[in-house]
Design a protein around this ligand. Structure first.
Ligand SMILES: Nc1ncnc2c1ncn2[C@@H]1O[C@H](COP(=O)(O)OP(=O)(O)OP(=O)(O)O)[C@@H](O)[C@H]1O
Ligand SMILES: [Mg+2]
Length: 351
């Protein structure tokens, strides 16, 4: 079912993306692959379908479950969960490892104290059998442990030939910052990775996606409505899926748009709140104002600056503004003073 809102994991349910899946499968023996693209573009779906099609053993780590300033305990508990899901395949390897205990089907990894096992050692142990380690939303690994994680991935890259890492990320600049192969000071410096970037559907594909989706749930929808959804949601599959579902239940296109904007607004508010909590109240407010000003069409550095100064009622330094712009770009929210997602743009007007 195309309009199923969960990430797809079967090839039959994945629309288009044959080329991307094929490219991943053809390169599945490489040490490191990246799947990047804006939110809702279909990264997790492409990842899961590729893993299933490759018919290889894998574990999946979902970093969305990590809080901003997560610690070793939280990270290891994600690994525990993932390894537990593959216990029948990994049991013979894991039961011999100091620092790992298996109770029933649950794998426990010691994250501190005596017998604690480092990530590098864990990877070395896992390397005894062929395994793909898929890390979804990997940019969330940034933080206090990121050096150690990079060290471990670099080590596995060089020595653990049985392991493949596949990382995805919707905050593409931040993902590149984590895997900064061009930075001489980075542990992963100089290593090669293959990056698969997911683009939005063009209009024709978007139309087909919606037509097929509505057909599957036996709902007749006028071409005019299809066109409106295609134009509003700009080829982002997650929004097309969302709109298909919402339209099927509500039957009113204006309602569908409104609900989508509400969802996007909630996500932006989370971002602002995170900045407020992590940095300061004024920083949170400045992100809010920046988003509002860009949504209004302030599409140059100086226009944005003067709009934000007006909103705030005081001057803002060059470095502060540069920093906000850079971060919004790294989070794949804007590029060249334009929103990458039209729904985020509408939502920002309401902030
Ligand atoms: N090619 C596709 N065919 C069918 N459905 C798709 C496709 N791509 C995405 N979807 C649907 O769109 C939604 C978002 O997809 P998915 O979760 O895979 O994207 P994502 O890029 O991982 O999103 P996020 O950035 O939120 O993690 C899901 O409902 C998924 O089923
Ligand atoms: Mg995802």
């Amino acid at each position: 079912m195309l309009f199923d809102e969960r990430p797809k994991d079967r090839k039959e349910d994945l629309f288009d993306r044959e080329r991307e899946v094929e490219e991943i499968i053809n390169n599945i023996k490489r040490p490191l692959l990246l799947i990047s693209g804006v939110r809702r573009i279909g990264k997790t779906s492409v990842l899961l379908v590729s893993l299933n099609e490759a018919k290889e053993n894998y574990i999946l780590i979902d970093c969305r479950k990590l809080k901003e300033n997560y610690g070793r305990k939280e990270l290891y508990s994600l690994f525990s969960e993932a390894l537990s899901s593959k216990i029948s395949y990994l049991k013979d390897v894991l039961e011999k490892v100091k620092g790992i205990s298996i109770a029933g089907n649950y794998v426990e990894i010691k994250w501190g104290g005596k017998n604690y096992i480092s990530l590098s050692s864990l990877f070395d142990e896992l390397n005894k059998k062929r395994l793909i380690i898929a890390i979804d939303e990997a940019q969330r690994l940034r933080g206090p442990l990121s050096k150690e994680i990079k060290d471990a991935i670099a080590h596995a890259y060089d020595y653990d030939r049985n392991l493949t890492f596949i990382l995805t990320g919707s905050e593409v600049g931040l993902l590149h910052e984590l895997i900064d192969v061009e930075n001489e000071n980075s542990p992963v410096y100089g290593r090669y990775y293959l990056e698969i970037t997911l683009d939005r559907f063009n209009k024709e594909r978007s139309r087909e996606f919606l037509q097929r989706g509505f057909q599957e749930i036996s709902i007749k929808v006028e071409d005019k409505i299809i066109e409106e959804i295609v134009n509003y949601f700009d080829g982002i599959p997650g929004w097309l899926t969302f709109a298909g579902n919402e339209y099927a239940t509500k039957g009113k296109i204006e309602e569908v748009k409104k609900t989508a904007v509400k969802v996007a607004k909630g996500e932006l508010e989370n971002l602002i709140e995170e900045k407020t909590k992590k940095v300061s109240y004024i920083t949170g407010k400045r992100y809010r104002n920046a988003l509002k000003c860009i949504a209004k069409g302030e599409n140059s550095w100086s226009k944005l600056l003067s709009c934000m100064e007006k909103e705030e009622g005081s001057t803002i330094s060059t470095s502060v503004l540069d920093n906000i712009i850079q971060n919004l770009e790294k989070m794949s929210i804007i590029k060249d003073y334009e929103f990458l997602d039209p729904v985020y743009k509408e939502a920002s007007k309401l902030l």
